[in-house]
Ligand binder design. Sequence first.
Ligand code: FAD
Ligand code: UDP
Length: 396
Amino acid sequence: MEADIVIVGTGFFGLTIAERCANELGLKVLMLEKRNHIGGNAYSEADPETGIEIHKYGAHLFHTSNEKVWKYVNQFTSFTNYVHKVYTNHKGEVFPMPINLGTINQFFRAAYTPDEAKALIAEQAGELAGKDPENLNDKGISLIGRPLYEAFIKEYTGKQWQTDPKNLPASIISRLPVRYNYDNRYFNDTYEGLPTNGYTAWINAMVDNPNIEIKTETDFFDESQPYNKAALVGKIPVVYTGPLDRYFDYSEGKLSWRTIDFETEHLEVTDFQGTSVMNYADAEINYTRIIEPRHFHPEREYPEGKTVIMREFSRFANEDDEPYYPINSDDDRTALLAYREKAKQETDVLFGGRLGTYQYLDMHMAIGSALTAFENLVAPHFRDGAPFAAKEKAND
Ligand code: FAD
Ligand code: UDP
């Protein structure tokens, strides 16, 4: 097939651009994927032993308040009414997360009203009154006071980031709400759910068009295969969703990432923990949480007497590890700015997605930014001959 556009990476950013190009503009799209399957980190498959759907690269919960994204994704899948809730084990006792009135009353063995709890936390956070918390430690204390911070945040964060919370940016926990009522939904978004027939069915529906050709096990940097960087860039518009530093041969240094090791275990019980995610708040337990995927789909008929669980261990990513969470240290920020300048010179390449922009993006954000890039850059290029990759808009 003679392609009109090449897309490197088949995660949600690449899939969305491919789908729009083929279905909206009638273009011929060639997608390259290093792995042996499509879908990027949202990929899931049935566990051969139990049939339970396993999210291979970590639990993926879909949630969004973006009407456009919600309407878009519903063309390819319906969603179940799953509502994500998380619990946390502290000193052998289970509490609801994120911190809400239930957590506060259980922790202090009290029956505070919302106003009483607010007054208590304000008093306990008083040591930082008037200061603008810059690091995660101070931000945590100012949000929930020292006792709750030390019980539920300090050691968990230490395990997850392997960095003293005093050296982490405050923004990491800003996304965790604190509620003075008994609402323990994990996400605040308007829409939430899991794809009814699984992530793979959703992903396949997005590329169900004969004009989309996909080559898996094809690395864009492998010059022994014909669809490589040297052969394609400058000759055809390229959407690149692989790692930004890799594209430039790490010339400005390596951007650092955190990865997760998953320890999977099969157990001869129907239900191991009664919920999908149990966090472990204390440092003595060296994993951060246990996922039990059968609870993501209570509506399905999964077998009795067996289940599968995954313990998660977080650590810095080495070269061969899956890059999961950008660390964003000062060195990373400096390198990132230099890479962004270089990316601006690549006028035939659109850099997108979480690896291509070195950003943590939820699925709805990856899809939303791909829809915007399609509307502002890709479609005007093919319709009217506008420049393919006006970088100020795409990467800043
Ligand atoms: P990716 O999905 O990473 O896709 C990039 C693709 O490019 C990959 O398939 C990769 O193999 C391919 N690639 C890279 N280099 C090359 C190359 N040289 N040649 C060819 N192909 C290449 N989001 C949520 O909304 N809810 C969640 O609960 C959630 N949980 C998450 C949990 C974890 C552990 C992680 C890591 C992420 C989670 N996310 C979640 C985020 C979600 O995974 C991303 O939003 C989504 O993957 C972004 O898609 P993408 O296309 O940007 O990148
Ligand atoms: N966090 C915590 N205790 C918990 C859950 C979260 O301290 O029980 C902190 C931790 O620093 C984490 C951040 O809140 O990195 C964001 O939590 P979230 O669950 O959104 O993180 P993710 O699982 O996406 O890394």
